[in-house]
Design a protein around this ligand. Structure first.
Ligand SMILES: NC(=O)c1ccc[n+]([C@@H]2O[C@H](COP(=O)([O-])OP(=O)(O)OC[C@H]3O[C@@H](n4cnc5c(N)ncnc54)[C@H](OP(=O)(O)O)[C@@H]3O)[C@@H](O)[C@H]2O)c1
Length: 262
């Protein structure tokens, strides 16, 4: 299926690894020209080269922290007119004890996972409206919809993004600027693999056994973790020409773990 986005310019903020990288690969395979960003330069350059080698796409890496005003300005200067914007970041830290959560931790989490996304959307929607085409996807977290004590910092901040995105989506949909969110559950990204390897070393098990134990404890109906490439393909679909009537939605992609009907 041709998604109708060949030749479009896509900016993926937070795409040297994990779900952002999978989305970049999927968009590149559809013929988009990419700008990808991350804070760490070495991994970013390696990912840019991997995407070029795999897909033949043009990829411009930008080392920038979109949790800061300076980082966002860098993106805006180097990629002034994207047609497609995909925003994500690393998950904020786990909350082991809500009583120890500080105002500074909330502020730090908000800066990256909420204000970073909101400010990028606020900036880039204007040009998209003028050009009468835009697709924006926030890759956030299922805990924005299904709260977990362990994920207070992650879910709380991204619930704000989902709310803002849905409000903004209603303003710009008439100009063919379409904004949606993907709320992932557990995926086998390198970050998650590292966590399981660490647990396996500690518990005298294998990574696979740790994954299976987690899947059982959290009762994931799909009985597995998600494949990042599946999420990347879904993200590309939400950036396609076919989603004009999908406005401001938060799509949970969690193997059925959350259990929400709507
Ligand atoms: N993987 C899962 O199982 C899972 C589960 C639930 C929710 N999620 C959600 O899915 C999203 C992506 O997670 P992931 O597992 O793909 O994360 P990840 O593997 O840590 O990848 C995050 C990417 O974003 C970059 N990044 C992080 N903070 C950034 C910043 N401030 N500015 C620019 N780039 C930044 C990272 O590179 P640098 O570190 O070099 O900046 C990396 O390229 C997150 O919202 C997370 O909460 C993931």
């Amino acid at each position: 299926m041709d998604l109708g986005i060949a030749g479009k310019t896509a900016l993926l903020a937070g795409a040297s690894a994990g779900l952002g990288k999978s989305s970049a690969l999927a968009l590149a395979a559809e013929g988009a020209r990419l700008f990808i960003s991350a804070r760490g330069e070495e991994r970013l350059l390696a990912t840019a080269q991997e995407i070029r080698d795999t897909t033949g796409a043009a990829v411009v890496p930008i080392t920038a922290d979109h949790g800061t005003a300076a980082g966002r300005e860098q993106l805006q200067v180097l990629c002034p007119q994207p047609d497609i914007l995909v925003i994500t970041c690393s998950p904020p830290p786990f909350t082991q004890n809500y009583r120890e959560l500080t105002a500074d931790q909330w502020r730090a989490s908000f800066e990256t996972s909420a204000i970073g996304s909101i400010e990028l959307m606020r900036h880039y929607t204007q040009g998209m409206v003028e050009r009468r085409f835009g697709r924006i996807v926030n890759i956030s977290t299922m805990s924005a919809k299904f709260p977990l004590a362990l994920r207070m910092l992650s879910g709380g901040t991204r619930a704000a993004v989902a709310n803002y995105s849905a409000g903004l989506a209603k303003v710009v949909a008439k100009d063919n600027v379409i904004i949606n969110s993907i709320l992932p559950g557990m995926f086998r990204t390198p970050g998650m693999e590292a966590g399981f390897a660490e647990a396996a070393a500690k518990n005298g098990t294998t990574s696979q056994e740790e994954v299976e134990s987690f899947v059982r404890r959290f009762k994931i109906p799909a009985r597995t973790y998600g494949d990042p490439d599946d999420l990347g393909a879904l993200c590309a679909m939400l950036c396609s020409c076919y989603v004009r009537f999908v406005v401001g939605q938060s799509l949970v992609v969690d193997g059925g773990a959350g259990g929400g009907l709507f």
